[in-house]
Write a protein that binds this ligand. Sequence first.
Ligand SMILES: Nc1nc2c(ncn2[C@@H]2O[C@H](COP(=O)(O)OP(=O)(O)OP(=O)(O)O)[C@@H](O)[C@H]2O)c(=O)[nH]1
Length: 295
Amino acid sequence: MRCGLVAVVGAPNAGKSTLVNALAGTKVTIVSPKPQTTRFRIRAVVMEGRSQVVLVDTPGIFAPRRRLDRAMVNAAWTGAQDADLTLLLVDARAGLKEDVRTILDGLAKSRRPLMLALTKADLIPRERLLPLAKELNDILPFRETFMVSALKGDGLDRLRQALGAAMPEGPWLFPEDDLSDLPQRMLAAEIVREQVLRQTHEEVPHHATVETEQWEERKDGSARIEVTIYVSRASQKAILIGDKGARIKEIGQRARSELEKLLERRIHLFLNVKERAGWDEERGRLRALGLDDPG
Ligand SMILES: Nc1nc2c(ncn2[C@@H]2O[C@H](COP(=O)(O)OP(=O)(O)OP(=O)(O)O)[C@@H](O)[C@H]2O)c(=O)[nH]1
């Protein structure tokens, strides 16, 4: 038996959440086209033969400004330190950008084994993948390098096998059928936040935080869930609600149908939008998101 933690690190939008989901074979962490989607560490458990690989999906590492941003970056580095292996994801199309260099600098100090995966390999020709792999390996020697497309499923089996083989010997940390330690309340909030990110633009997405306030089990097997979306300004609240409530209705409908698919049960979802100036500077709120306050 083998078991270990793999920290999945990379610049915002590198494709971490998509890859973790594809490796786990189920949707355990949210994906959106906007950067900074992942705000805390989420684990996915991947079984590969007799190996259990626990993937830690970290927030994208970027130059932090707000307290929330600092906490996110902090969580990402902590994730890398706790792990048995660090898997760096680099968006193959974006290549060796400044943000990737910063992460390489940080990883150079790590004593953990490092593996590299070039993501979104479907977007660029193979001839361009090899020079990029070499350029990155010249900066930091990676134990192994993979080229994957989480979208097409290319290269995933090899990566999964390599991760399984690299895990230290030891008992499994999680029961075999336990795919994620993301509590259901948090899942509900994240699914709503995913819709907020998808359906609003500019300043709203990154000033919104979402919390599940109530979760009620119903006798008929359904669940009644109340979720609040906090924004920092009245103008953002108006955008979220939309013309005659059209936007918030659409967010609610999509989130509900997604949750019903994931949880395989009927869901009654109720959304509130509240204005709370400066939520992203509040310590308590960062802790509620599972982030340590970096000060
Ligand atoms: N073409 C293509 N697009 C991909 C692939 N993997 C991810 N993407 C897209 O890239 C964008 C970012 O993906 P995410 O998985 O959310 O990226 P992330 O690194 O988790 O982002 P943060 O949580 O914001 O740091 C999304 O629009 C994905 O659909 C891939 O293999 N091929």
